[in-house]
Design a protein around this ligand. Structure first.
Ligand code: ATP
Length: 716
């Protein structure tokens, strides 16, 4: 009986097909499981036939409906594996199929596809331009080096004619996938050794027929990152009927390598820019850990309750197994700490919010006649006392205040310690506490000998960049030291709260066990390029607090329109223009719940809400946690956009007064270091908001534009 495999190019179109066409695909696919190869060719309804003038003699088409055809690569190696590569309208199918050639990469041994006709047509004109180009992108590499990385004759000739990165990107869509990726890495200045390690070796599947020759069947098995092989009839029905989420099936080799690595001999870390699939990797890692040990328990944490809910839904999609699901607890660190304190002390805790905490500090400052602002007091308490788990005055007087720019004399420290005691006494008097103090208490409780039952076998941490040392202490205490204890994902470029950590000093050391993801699966290259400009190359401290992190090699394979920037004379006109933008997206068929509008503050968001309602456009607040199928444009502050994604995003009110919001930034003359941190936080906040957009991004302001918007300095 023949077997079936699906290429990712198929899923890209399948999801968009109408119901009746999908039914046609299902019916045709079922035949591949019921008939012999001879019967398939003889079947009248299927019309399995060769393609005239095809450059790849294995190309076939099948009939899906009167109007749609499937494109299939037929086996020529006696294996009987048919690869479904696309579903295309009838008239286009033959042309599409005729131009494509599938080959086996000489280095990765994976199956790749190229538009051979386009490469043949484009290369001579590129060569003409290249003859006069001052420099060529790959001039530094010899043919031998490029061939060792898997380039074949045709791609080598094309690569020799490419002058710069935009040309490479424009050409990319027609080049074989692995070879294109090798060229992209080289273009980003990775050494050939690094490219070999990150692209070629990364693709080497651990447990399959890697060296089993050039047969189509072996290559299909070796291409797990782009092809899924169907192993049984139930599986076929399952994958065709469920809404298809590519991330469940196709992992990029760099994602698969970390998610499914058998074991890490201690804490491991995955970083990467927005949309590189860190959350996807965290979910797959959970799956791996649960599968490896039948009774193991996993704690999976993220930053907000809304993100925890989405993680739970996605995990259920990925695991599809109630026993496994029951062994995972998905929560935020704060909620977990709260539960531990309640369970182990029998006492409920009542944390106050940030605004109340600031208010209390203001009262304490006034009561004691202190010269410092409440912002300074909050920061000193969080970044020195709670961060270092300081319990008494002597410890505070000796404390290392590295990272705090304003030096303090001993008598000032005495004064501050008295303020901290007043703060905690006031809190205790009203029966309240703070989230971070609950975390400190939970970490202590988990460290006691009788707490083993509350610990987990593995802890997986998503959105790790904003965790405070007290929160890290809870996570460290939630799992015994050892192999696969902590798996951490995060992006230091998305740090939007003021938490600085040194993971090593907290007993979480990752050297030799860290990986970086570089391919963005969410946004178009146009949105990404513009958003990276918001950061303006400002250096960013690494996730664990040691050294800096960078976005070198960070890229998207998708293309679309450039982000739209618009300044307006006043806010009313800006909101009117926003309504037009939203209407335009709706006219293009974008569903309401795939559109988000975000602002720095709630005041403007309220105005947007009122105006959308007046225009009969449904809108809901992200903070109300609407279910994903609830209609309505999503409204959120920039902070609430963390971790989310939408097809279209409008960032409104990006003015010089809102971003950076100087009232929240420590004045440079008070503390230069804190000023720089605060300013970076503001940049990162705008970066986070803009990188939530998949297809379209519109940024607007009234009055003077935010200085962080690339290309708009001082614009009205
Ligand atoms: N291998 C993959 N194949 C297809 N889609 C993928 C893959 N990996 C990730 N994605 C998609 O890319 C998008 C971003 O993934 P994810 O949310 O995991 O990224 P992230 O790095 O956690 O993002 P951020 O840091 O911005 O929150 C999601 O829509 C996800 O489904």
């Amino acid at each position: 009986m023949p077997a079936l495999a699906f290429a990712n190019s198929f899923w890209e179109t399948y999801d968009l097909l109408e119901k009746q066409v999908k039914a046609g695909v299902r019916k045709a696919m079922a035949k591949f499981q019921q008939l012999t190869i001879a019967e398939l060719y003889a079947d009248k309804g299927l019309h399995l036939e060769s393609v005239d003038n095809a450059r790849d003699s294995r190309m076939r088409t099948i009939r899906v409906t009167d109007f749609w055809r499937g494109v299939v690569l037929a086996p020529d190696d006696g294996s009987g594996i048919f690869l479904l590569v696309n579903v295309v309208p009838h008239d286009d199918a033959y042309e599409w199929a005729a131009k494509r050639v599938y080959t086996v990469n000489t280095a990765t041994r994976a199956l790749e596809v190229r538009n051979v006709v386009a490469i043949e047509q484009l290369t001579p004109s590129l060569e003409q331009v290249a003859a006069n180009a001052p420099t060529l992108l790959f001039a530094a590499y010899s043919d031998t080096v490029l061939r060792d990385l898997g380039l074949d004759d045709q791609v080598l000739r094309a690569a020799r004619a490419i002058a710069d990165k935009p040309q490479l990107e424009a050409f990319g869509g027609v080049l074989p996938e692995d070879q294109f990726e090798v060229l992209q890495f080289l273009a980003e200045s990775f050494t050939p050794e690094e490219v070999y390690r990150d692209v070629v070796t990364a693709r080497k599947p651990a447990d399959v027929a890697f060296d089993s020759g050039d047969s189509l069947a072996a290559a299909i098995v070796n291409t797990a990152s782009r092809i899924t092989l169907v192993t049984g009839p139930d599986e076929l029905a399952d994958i065709l009927d469920k809404p298809f989420a590519a991330w469940r099936v196709f992992l990029h080799p760099s994602q698969r390598r970390v998610a499914y690595r058998t074991s890490f001999n201690g804490p491991a870390q995955v970083t990467g820019g927005p949309g590189t699939g860190k959350t996807v990797v965290a979910l797959h890692r959970v799956k791996h850990l649960l599968t490896r040990k039948p009774r193991s328990r996993v704690l999976l944490t993220t930053f907000t309750n809304a993100l925890a809910r989405t993680l739970r839904e996605n995990l259920a999609l990925l695991l599809d197994d109630d026993d496994q699901l029951a062994r995972v607890q998905v929560t935020t660190v704060d909620a977990f700490a709260n539960r531990i304190v309640r369970d182990l002390t029998g006492l409920p805790s009542a944390p106050i919010g940030d605004a109340e905490e600031r208010q209390l500090w203001r009262r304490v400052g006034r009561m004691l006649g202190l010269p410092w602002t409440e912002q300074f007091l909050v920061q000193e308490f969080r970044q020195v006392v709670l961060a270092q788990n300081i319990r008494d005055k002597d410890e505070y007087l000796r404390a290392d205040r590295r990272g705090r720019g304003m030096p303090l004399r001993p008598w000032q420290r005495e004064q501050l310690w008295a303020a901290m005691e007043t703060f905690t006494t006031e809190l205790a008097g009203s029966g309240r506490t703070t989230h971070l103090r609950i975390c400190s208490q939970a970490a202590d409780l988990l460290g006691r000998p009788n707490a083993g039952a509350h610990q987990f076998d593995h802890v997986v941490v998503d959105e790790a960049q904003d965790l405070h040392p007290a929160q890290w202490r809870v996570l460290r205490a939630a799992v015994p030291d050892g192999p696969d204890d902590l798996f951490i994902t995060g992006d230091p470029h998305q740090r939007i709260y003021d938490s600085r950590v040194s993971l090593r000093t907290l007993g979480i050391s990752v050297p030799g066990r860290s990986a970086r993801l570089r391919v963005n699966y969410r946004s178009t290259a146009e949105i990404l390029g513009w958003s990276v400009g918001v950061l303006d190359g400002t250096p960013v401290e690494g996730l664990g607090g040691e050294g800096s992190d960078s976005l070198v090699g960070y890229r998207s394979l998708l293309h679309g329109k450039r982000p739209r920037m618009a300044g307006h004379a006043n806010e009313t006109l800006e909101i009117a223009a926003l309504v037009e933008t939203v209407r335009e997206w709706l006219r293009q068929g974008v569903p309401l719940n795939e559109i988000a509008v975000c602002t720095r503050f709630n005041v403007l968001l309220d105005k947007v809400h009122a105006r959308l309602r007046a225009e009969d456009i449904a809108a809901v607040w992200v903070k109300d946690h609407p279910r994903s199928d609830v209609g309505g444009v999503r409204l959120a502050t920039m902070h609430a956009m963390k971790g989310l994604e939408f097809r279209c995003v409008a960032v409104v009110g990006a003015t010089a007064r809102a971003i950076p919001f100087l009232a929240g930034v420590t004045p440079v003359e008070v503390d230069r270091q804190q000023y720089e941190n605060d300013m970076l936080k503001e940049r990162c906040l705008l970066f986070v908001a803009c990188t939530r957009a998949r297809d379209a991004l519109a940024v607007s302001w009234s009055g003077t534009a935010s200085p962080f918007l690339p290309g708009t300095a001082g614009r009205y």
